[in-house]
Design a protein around this ligand. Structure first.
Ligand SMILES: [Ca+2]
Ligand SMILES: [Ca+2]
Ligand SMILES: [Ca+2]
Ligand SMILES: [Ca+2]
Length: 569
């Protein structure tokens, strides 16, 4: 056996040697990266550092539209040799240069060449140097922007940071079995300007509906639900089982219960919401409201609300817990409390989810404890239906921070809800640990993850922080993960906090994969900040994806925030 293996290795080396010998003119020089890595049309005398290997004195660099031999309007005025691993190129980018990725070809004086594929981008005129956006991926169309610039130059919605959190659900206004509108719950604001809105979108086009789709009468859209309370996360469900979607938002904890006016109302089939504050239980739970989830835990057809409390302050610690609330007769009642199972379950309640992941009747409560003392760091506790303090099992996976985010939906479309778990140090720009794991249902004690969903290269910063969403888009399962600070650490330093990105993974999922689609703002012109991907919402059963860029400037309104509506083609 050993002899055979050595022989095959020897033959492989010999083969590689022979192969290398025949193409040596293209195998010696390596082009790794450029800085800045992007420049807008019309850039003159721009100095670009090329990093790589095998450069020699007199080396010359050329720019070609990726995959072609077309210079695309980029002229290299001169190339300066800095060392075997670095060159500097002086570029002029024509005003009408091709907006595209570019390959960089370096040729030494001996004729040897090396090419870096797609290592530079020419961007739209007005885009900051070093910044680029993936824009809208092929397969999707940007159909609407929910904030607009008014004739006076200001944004139409000026509560600021529109798109902090997003959840969307379909609604049949007149109960004829046909969905009339998509109800998009969108939070916004910062201290002093907070507001929460409902946008009503056409289920076919995704565009805001100017008129009531049942009566044709003009109606209010968007609806302002509440001012003076900001939020960075939200969940959607139905707390009274009436088929009208209800929403809960975090930070300032409120439940919004929807109702539709009747046929004989002066404004028939009009949606309105009542806000109910969710009060912390007595006992000093300073970590109350670390997370929220919604789902029917007692099987009566109406959803309960689970609120995570990650624990009290350091001076007066209160053990972490999850509080279950039930809506009824005009208010909320704390009907059950699940305390942390043991002192090693650190961060218990940092994330919660409700759904039937174990295959037995009834919905289960799932609680993340990302600080739990486990070999890799973090744990997820599953309380099978009927939920009780003493009955649970634990899941672990790759850490650190396993369980910092949770979602439940049948994302692989096999009829069983799946558990989706976020892990990794999310605030680390060069992070290789940030990922989202699918535990395909049915999930039991000892179940391991079936799929790992990884960030697009270089775009992991702020993975799923604060938002992600799971569900389906028509007939495809979907996991959408925002990275609002993506691009921090690259050459795009003038956009504070990075451009941001949205990673969309669609079924069928590979055992390990990067996103099927990567979204970025359609343009980087006209705003100094974005945080694209801060808020995200999929629309169950519909081909739409909503993405918030909550720091985006709009017209004269700095940090107005924008929400983009995309439709799958
Ligand atoms: Ca209808
Ligand atoms: Ca309802
Ligand atoms: Ca219930
Ligand atoms: Ca499933």
């Amino acid at each position: 056996m050993k002899m055979l293996r050595y022989t095959s290795v020897f033959l492989a080396i010999l083969g590689a040697f022979l192969l290398a010998g025949s193409v040596s003119a293209t195998a010696q020089i390596q082009v790794d990266s450029t800085n800045p890595s992007a420049a807008p049309q019309g850039s003159i005398n721009l100095s670009v550092t090329i990093s790589g290997n095998g450069f020699k004195k007199g080396a010359k660099a050329q720019w070609f539209v990726t995959g072609t031999t077309n210079p695309g309007g980029v002229t290299v005025n001169s190339t300066t040799f800095k060392g075997s691993t670095q060159l500097t190129a002086n570029l002029t980018v024509a005003a009408n240069a091709v907006i595209s990725g570019f390959d960089i070809l370096v040729t030494n004086t001996d004729g040897r060449t090396g090419k870096g594929t797609d290592k530079f981008a020419v961007t739209q005129k007005g885009t900051p140097i070093g910044c680029s956006t993936p824009g809208t991926p092929s397969g999707f169309t940007l159909v609407a922007e929910l904030n607009t610039v008014q004739p006076n130059g200001a944004a139409s919605i000026t509560s600021l940071r529109l798109g902090n959190a997003i959840r969307v659900r379909p609604l049949d206004l007149n109960r004829d079995g046909i969905v009339d509108t998509l109800v998009a719950f969108v939070t916004s604001g910062q201290t002093g300007s907070e507001a929460t809105y409902i946008f009503l979108l056409d289920p076919a086009t995704g565009l805001p509906q100017a008129n009531n789709p049942v009566t044709g009468a003009a109606w209010q859209n968007p609806l302002a639900l509440l001012t003076g309370a900001f939020s960075t996360a939200a969940v959607a469900g139905d707390v009274n089982g009436d088929g009208v979607p209800d929403f809960v938002m975090l930070n300032n904890l409120y439940l919004f219960v929807g109702s539709v006016s009747g046929a004989s109302s002066p404004t028939p089939y009009t949606l309105s919401y009542t806000a109910y504050p969710i009060q912390a239980p007595p006992g000093g739970y300073s970590g109350f409201g670390a997370s929220i989830a919604i789902g029917d835990l007692d099987g009566d057809g109406a959803d309960e609300i689970a609120v995570g409390a990650a624990g009290g302050g350091k001076k007066n610690p209160v053990p972490p817990a999850v509080f279950i609330y039930k809506f009824g007769s005009g208010g909320l009642t704390n009907v059950q409390t699940i305390q942390w199972p043991n002192s090693s379950a650190g961060g218990f309640g940092s994330a919660v989810a409700v759904g039937n992941i174990d295959g037995n009747p009834g919905n289960d409560l799932v609680v993340g404890a990302p600080g739990a003392s486990t070999p890799n760091g973090g744990a997820v506790y599953v309380y099978p239906a009927p939920v009780q303090q003493s009955s649970y099992f634990m899941l672990t996976g790759p850490g650190p921070q396993f369980g910092e985010g949770l979602g439940i939906a049948d994302v692989n479309l096999d009829g069983f809800p799946d558990l989706v778990v976020n892990t990794g140090y999310k605030f680390s720009g060069s992070d290789t640990t940030a990922q989202t794991l699918i535990f395909a249902g049915n999930v039991h004690a000892g179940t391991t993850y079936t799929n790992e969903l990884l960030p697009a290269t270089g775009l992991s910063y702020s993975w799923a922080a604060p938002n992600f969403d799971v569900g389906n888009m028509l007939t495809g399962g979907a996991v959408a993960v925002g990275t609002p600070n993506a691009s921090i650490g690259n050459s795009c330093s003038s956009i504070g906090g990075g451009v941001g990105a949205l990673h969309l993974f669609t079924s069928p999922f590979a055992s390990s994969q990067q996103p099927n689609y990567v979204f970025g703002p359609p343009t980087l012109v006209g705003s100094s900040q974005f945080s694209f991907g801060y808020g995200v919402g999929v629309v169950p059963g519909y081909p739409f994806l909503l993405v918030g860029a909550h720091l985006q400037d709009l017209g004269t309104t700095s940090q107005a925030g924008q929400v983009y509506v995309y439709k799958k083609n």
